[in-house]
Design a protein around this ligand. Structure first.
Ligand SMILES: *Cc1c(COP(=O)(O)O)cnc(C)c1O
Length: 425
């Protein structure tokens, strides 16, 4: 084999071993990916997707055929009645926030069932940090939270005992986001949805689906959630959609979300596609296999680092409900070397050396490695970490398995070159 990357023989040998051990897990990932790819293909065929749907509209975008059919394709794929799939969503946070604004009214109670939500969503609500003007608490929406158990799992008993009749919206974050708690399995989302719906028919079960799409065969809207929302520069954009977000779920609720995005009375009827339809179709088509690549990169990195004596989350071989893995590197030097290595193998901006910097919303400096075709895309390989004990790095993505694996090996190589690690096995 030609060694294009000057990787130490010991790392190459270890990587080969790790890959052999992962054969069974990779096969499982491929099975899920085939299922999801077939599901997506079926939805394209059933909706007679055609070249005409890639045409662009401008202005109001009335009767944008491509946009409307794409939303039908998404509905089918996610087992939902309706969908809102728009490049006009500036990010996942915007899709989540606009949807919540479409549904919640002053006096309503919003309850997070999986502990503290993702940082940007805490800002939207106005909890766990600075209360920013225009957040939900400003509008008189009330907030409550069911804490996670010590194990990091959702507290099903407390969810059962909660008085849901008072609750307008139950917020479930599927992914770990940037925390150590495990992602929710689809069966847990199903169980929680059932508990809530059985005790209160009118409570909206709302899922932040970021990083969870196509990780397993089912989506939250297949198993009882009323709405699921996510970002197109993560899983469902397949690395091809260049911006945007989506909402899938019950028809009347999707309409409310559309009012939150555009305006009451306009809803889903407007929004020109500006030439973005083709990217969004093509991205969805690729998404199941790109997610499979990201899952393999995750499995590879966790098994590799676990073998070298590091703590990893989830543990190697454990079920994974999203594409995020956490490696506990134990020192600032190791963390920095790791991120430098990831960056050095990135297809874009490989020559850049990541620096830790002060990011709004964080107490500590944060270091990030990301060299992506789409700025900030985290379905492409990326790593980020706050500079604090125990020096956990969050690793996600990989458009192809090989390129992601190469980044991980380069990260290890950087640690080895700097004398931060011993490779004996
Ligand atoms: C990425 C993400 C979001 C939204 O983040 P954006 O950067 O605004 O797209 C929300 N929740 C979770 C769990 C996420 O992973």
């Amino acid at each position: 084999m030609v060694n294009f990357f000057d990787i130490d023989e010991k790392i190459l040998e270890l990587a080969e071993k790790i890959e052999l051990e992962l054969a069974f897990e990779f096969e499982r990932i491929d099975k899920i990916s085939s299922h999801n790819e077939n599901k997506v293909l079926r939805a394209f065929i059933d909706n007679r997707v055609s070249e005409i749907h890639f045409n662009s509209t401008t202005g109001y975008g009335y009767n944008d055929l491509g946009r409307d059919v794409l939303e039908r394709v998404y509905s089918k794929v996610f087992g939902a009645d309706d969908a809102l799939v728009r490049h006009n969503f500036v990010s996942g946070t915007h899709a989540l926030s606009a949807s919540l604004f479409g549904i919640l009214r002053p006096g309503d109670l919003l309850v997070s069932v999986a502990g503290k939500p993702y940082d940007t969503i805490c800002r939207v609500i106005g909890v766990h940090g600075p209360k920013i003007s225009g957040c939900f608490l400003d509008y008189g929406v009330r907030y409550d939270e069911i804490s996670l158990l010590k194990s990091g799992r959702v507290d099903v008993e407390s969810i059962k005992n909660f008085d849901w009749s008072r609750v307008k919206l139950a917020y479930i974050q599927r992914s770990r986001g940037y925390s150590l708690r495990p992602a929710l399995a689809i069966d847990e989302i199903s169980e929680i949805s059932d508990i809530i719906h059985n005790s209160s028919k009118n409570t909206v079960v709302f899922v932040d689906n970021c990083y969870g799409e196509f990780v397993c065969e089912k989506e939250p809207t297949d198993v009882g959630a009323d709405l699921a929302v996510g970002s197109l520069i993560k899983n469902p954009g397949g690395g091809i959609a260049v911006t945007g977000g989506y909402v899938v779920g019950r028809k009347e609720l999707v309409e409310f979300c559309a009012n939150g995005l555009t305006a009451p009375g306009i809803g889903k009827e407007v929004g020109c596609s500006l030439g973005q339809n083709r990217n969004m179709y093509m991205g969805l088509f690729f998404a199941p296999s790109v997610v499979a690549s990201a899952l393999k990169v995750s499995a590879f990195s966790r098994r590799l680092f676990e073998r070298l004596g590091y703590r990893v989350f989830p543990k190697s071989g454990e079920d994974i409900g999203d594409i995020v893995s956490v490696l506990q590197l134990g020192s600032e030097k190791a963390l920095t070397a790791f991120c430098e290595g990831i960056q050095s193998g990135s297809v874009v901006d490989s020559f850049v050396v990541p620096q830790a910097w002060n990011m709004p919303g964080y107490q500590e400096k944060v270091i990030m490695a990301s060299g992506a075709f789409t700025s900030g895309s985290s379905i492409e390989i990326s790593a980020d970490a706050p500079l604090k004990e125990p020096y956990n790095v969050y690793l996600q993505g990989g458009l192809t398995y090989n390129s992601g694996k190469m980044c991980v090996m380069l990260a290890l190589q950087k640690m080895l070159s700097k004398g931060l690690i011993n490779i004996e096995f």
